[in-house]
Design a protein around this ligand. Structure first.
Ligand code: 13P
Length: 255
């Protein structure tokens, strides 16, 4: 495995946080910090902040993402937003299949696949989230669960489209809990994801794939996690809401 074959990306997932004035303030604080980063920098923000974020980050190295999108192009889907709508406001990334979507909003592996394909077809970069629940880890079925989520998410995704995919491994028990997967645990599953992708595509495709870890990544544990051979960045919740903390993660991923 060679980390030089792929880009490390640190992506913030703001979740349902920040009003527009708060978003403006955080982005302004983030701009000079992000400028120094040698890794990819993405902020995924609530729909209401997308236009603001796109406008404020124009000409900077910060890319803007949404936190979900629907799989249909348009129609009677109250409350949903299509991939084309995101593209049209200048969004470049979208998170698909976050565990909070799976847990609270009925997202399944099949809908994750449909949303992933729609987003890729619209020309967006997709951060596909996979990860096991605590009881699945305790039952010893983490590998099977994560491999299946990965396989189903990528059904019908071409090798060319895979270049616009990032996979984020987020063990559900480590999200927002302060419980981080150990660096070894994180690397083990990221490596399994890469092996799964290698079987579906080629080893070269898998080696070029950015695989992030997410789940309570913070300034204290980031360096160790990011030093792992198969961990190519992070999907960051809580620590992405504080510019200085996010900056420490960017620095750790830039080595
Ligand atoms: P925390 O970093 O707050 O644990 O959240 C991780 C996450 O869910 C990112 O998508």
């Amino acid at each position: 495995m060679n980390k030089k074959l792929r880009q490390a990306v640190i992506a913030g997932n703001w979740k349902m946080n920040k009003t527009r004035p708060e978003a403006k303030a955080l982005i302004e604080e983030l701009k000079p910090i992000a400028e120094k980063a040698a890794c990819g920098v993405v902020i995924c923000v609530p729909y209401t902040n997308l236009e603001t974020a796109v406008a404020l980050t124009a000409g900077t190295n910060i890319k803007v993402g949404a936190e979900n999108c629907h799989f249909e192009k348009s129609g009677a889907f109250t409350g949903e937003v299509s991939a084309d709508m995101l593209k049209e406001v200048g969004v470049e990334y979208v998170i698909i299949g976050h565990s909070e979507r799976r847990q609270y909003f009925g997202e399944t592996d099949v809908t994750v696949n449909k949303r992933t394909k729609a987003a890729l077809a619209a020309g967006l970069n997709v951060i596909v989230c996979v990860g096991e629940m605590l009881d699945e880890r305790e039952k010893g079925i983490t590998d099977e669960i994560v491999a299946m989520q990965t396989k189903v998410a990528l059904l019908g995704v071409t090798a060319e489209q895979l270049k616009n995919v990032i996979i984020a491994y987020e063990p559900v028990w480590a999200i927002g809990t302060g419980k981080t997967a150990s660096a070894e645990q994180a690397n083990e599953v990221c490596s399994l994801i890469r092996a799964t992708v290698a079987k579906l595509y080629t080893q070269a495709d898998a080696d070029a794939l950015t695989i992030q870890y997410g789940g309570s990544m913070n300034p204290k544990n980031a360096a160790e996690l990011l030093a792992q051979p198969d961990v190519d960045g992070g999907l960051i919740g809580g620590a992405s809401l504080k510019a200085n903390d996010f900056g420490v993660l960017l620095e750790a991923a830039s080595i």
